[in-house]
Design a binder for this molecule. Structure first.
Ligand SMILES: Nc1nc2c(ncn2[C@@H]2O[C@H](COP(=O)(O)OP(=O)(O)OP(=O)(O)O)[C@@H](O)[C@H]2O)c(=O)[nH]1
Length: 375
C-alpha cells in the first residue's frame, strides 16, 4: 500500500489545484452545467492535442521531415488558439470544430503517407470518440461515415498516387474493419451516454423545481423566494409579508382539508392580483410573501390595498357554506445593499402591528431608514 506523508499530499494537492485552474479556469464550481462541462472537455482535448502534435512535430523536425513537422506544429498552434478562444469567447462549439477538422485532415494525411515507418494508421482510432463527443451523435456519425469512406479510398488506392503509402490488401481491410468496429462501439456508447445525460438533466430539473415549489399552492416556497430576494438588482424593491386572519377558525370549523382548499384559492388570488408586478411565494403555513419590483412606496401600498380587497371578496364554497377571511400585510422595502433577513423582520413587525390594529389592513414598516444610520 502507498502512504503519502503530509508534505507529499500538500504538494500533490497544490499540483492538482494548479491543473484544475489551468483546465477549468473560473468554471470549476459549475461542472454540472452541460455547456460548462463540454467547454472544459473541449479544452482538455485541445491541451492533449497541443502536447502530442507539438511533441511529434519536434521529433519530426529533428528527423528532418520538414513537411510533417510543419503540419504538426501548425496544428499544435491551432489547438493553442482554440484553447484561448474557449477562454475568451466561451464558445466550445467553434473551438471543437477548430479541433476536429484539422484532426480528420491530419489522420487522413498520416494514413495516406503511411507516417513514420508505415505506422500512420495507428492514430486514427482516437477519431470516433472525439468526433462523436465534439460534433454530437447525429453530426458525428455523418462525419465518421464520410471519414470512413475517405479512409477506405486511401487505404486501398493511395499507392496509385504520388507519395501514397502502399498498404497490403489484407492489412488495409483489417485496418478498415477494426476502425469500423471502434466507430460502432463509440456510437453505441455515445448514444447511451447522451440518453443517460438527457434523463439526468430532466430529473435534476424536476428536483430543482420541486425543491423551490410549495406542494399545495404550487407557488414558490420559502427557499425559492430566498433565492429571488437575494438576487441583486440595481434598484429598490418592496416586500409584502401577509398572513390570513383567524385562519385557525377555518381549520377548526371546516376541517384541515377545507383550510387547504382555501389556501390554494388565496394563492390564486394573489397570483392574479399581483401579476407581473412581482413574485408570490408561500412563506409558510398561512403566510405569503410578495416581492414587488416597484421602487415606489405608494405603488406598494396600492398593491397591498388591492390584495386586502381581493382576498376579502374571495368566497370559497364548502358544502353549504362559503369560506371567507381577510388578510393582514406588513410592507417593507428592500434596497440592493440591505440584508434580506432584516427587511423581512421589518415587514414581520409591520404585519403584527396590522394584526394588533384590527387585521384586514396593511402597515408600512417604520425604522428601516433609522437602522441604516451609523449612529
Ligand atoms: N389547512 C391548513 N392549515 C394550516 C397549514 N399550515 C398552517 N395551518 C394552520 O394555520 C393556523 C394558523 O393559526 P394561528 O397562527 O393561530 O393564526 P390565525 O388563526 O391565522 O390568527 P391570526 O394570525 O392571529 O389572525 C393553524 O391552525 C395551523 O394549523 C396548512 O398547510 N394547511
Amino acid at each position: 500500500m502507498i502512504h503519502f506523508n503530509r508534505k507529499e499530499s500538500n504538494i500533490f494537492n497544490s499540483f492538482k489545484k494548479k491543473v484544475r485552474r489551468l483546465v477549468y479556469g473560473e468554471a470549476n464550481s459549475d461542472l454540472l452545467n452541460n455547456n460548462v462541462r463540454r467547454m472544459l472537455i473541449t479544452s482538455l482535448f485541445c491541451l492533449v492535442g497541443i502536447f502530442f502534435t507539438g511533441l511529434l512535430g519536434i521529433v519530426a523536425l529533428i528527423k528532418g521531415d520538414w513537411l510533417l513537422s510543419f503540419i504538426l506544429l501548425f496544428i499544435s498552434c491551432l489547438y493553442f488558439f482554440a484553447v484561448l478562444f474557449i477562454r475568451w469567447a466561451t464558445n466550445y462549439q467553434l473551438a471543437g470544430k477548430l479541433f476536429i477538422y484539422p484532426l480528420y485532415a491530419l489522420m487522413l494525411y498520416l494514413v495516406y503517407t503511411g507516417g513514420v515507418s508505415g505506422t500512420g494508421h495507428v492514430w486514427i482510432f482516437c477519431v470516433p470518440a472525439v468526433s462523436l463527443f465534439l460534433q454530437g451523435l447525429r453530426r458525428g456519425v455523418k462525419e465518421l461515415c464520410v471519414f470512413s469512406l475517405l479512409l477506405g479510398v486511401i487505404l486501398f488506392f493511395a499507392d496509385d498516387f504520388r507519395g501514397g503509402h502502399d498498404y497490403d490488401d489484407v492489412i488495409a481491410s483489417r485496418i478498415m474493419y477494426s476502425f469500423l468496429v471502434v466507430v460502432a462501439l463509440s456510437t453505441i456508447y455515445e448514444y447511451s451516454m447522451s440518453h443517460y445525460n438527457k434523463m439526468l438533466r430532466e430529473s435534476s430539473y424536476l428536483l430543482e423545481k420541486k425543491a423551490i415549489t410549495d406542494e399545495l399552492t404550487k407557488l414558490l416556497n420559502r427557499y425559492g423566494m430566498y433565492e429571488k430576494l437575494e438576487t441583486s438588482v440595481s434598484g429598490r424593491r418592496h416586500i409584502l409579508l401577509m398572513d390570513i386572519d383567524h385562519f385557525k377558525q377555518i381549520n377548526d370549523i371546516y376541517g384541515h382539508d377545507a383550510g387547504d382548499v382555501y389556501l390554494e384559492k388565496v394563492a390564486q388570488v394573489l397570483t392574479s392580483t399581483i401579476g407581473p408586478e412581482g413574485v408570490v411565494a408561500r412563506w409558510g403555513g398561512e403566510e405569503f410573501l410578495v416581492l414587488l419590483s416597484t421602487s415606489s412606496i405608494d405603488e406598494a401600498k396600492h398593491w397591498a390595498r388591492r390584495v386586502c380587497s381581493d382576498v376579502c371578496k374571495l368566497n370559497v364554497p364548502h358544502k353549504r357554506d362559503l369560506l371567507q377571511a381577510s388578510i393582514s400585510i406588513g410592507i417593507s422595502k428592500l434596497e440592493p445593499d440591505d440584508m434580506v433577513h432584516d427587511s423581512i423582520s421589518y415587514a414581520d413587525a409591520a404585519l403584527y402591528k396590522a394584526k394588533r390594529e384590527g387585521r384586514n389592513r396593511y402597515v408600512v414598516a417604520t425604522g428601516q431608514d433609522e437602522s441604516r444610520r451609523p449612529w
